[in-house]
Each structure stands twice: as structure tokens, then as C-alpha cells.
Design a protein around this ligand. Structure first.
Ligand SMILES: [Zn+2]
Length: 58
């Protein structure tokens, strides 16, 4: 699973502007606002944006 911060699109749950996107296989994605983003998505997005020098680390 990969997740990133985004400013594109709207939350799938409530329709507010999205803050996070969860990227799925096949080019699909889920979008979440701050309120509805699962904790795992927030953690993953934070890790993605802050650990570009640790790509191989899980
Ligand atoms: Zn929402």
C-alpha cells in the first residue's frame, strides 16, 4: 500500500477537498480528507514525504 498527501480531488466519504490519497494497484486510488483518512494512510503519507532517502526500508 502506498499513500501520499494530495491537493487533488475530494474525500470519497464526505466530499470535502482531499488531503490524502491511497494508491491502489491498477491505477485506482481512494481519497480522504484530514477527518476521514485512516491512521495508516496518514502514517504512510508522512513516511512517503519524509523518507525519500530510505526507499528500501519498510
Ligand atoms: Zn472526509
Amino acid at each position: 500500500m502506498k499513500a501520499v498527501k494530495t491537493h487533488v480531488g475530494r474525500c470519497d466519504t464526505c466530499g470535502e477537498p482531499a488531503a490524502y490519497a491511497q494508491l491502489l494497484s491498477g491505477g485506482r486510488s481512494f481519497r480522504f480528507c484530514e477527518q476521514h483518512a485512516p491512521l495508516l494512510v496518514k502514517k504512510q503519507a508522512a513516511a512517503t514525504s519524509s523518507t525519500s532517502n530510505e526507499d528500501t526500508k519498510k
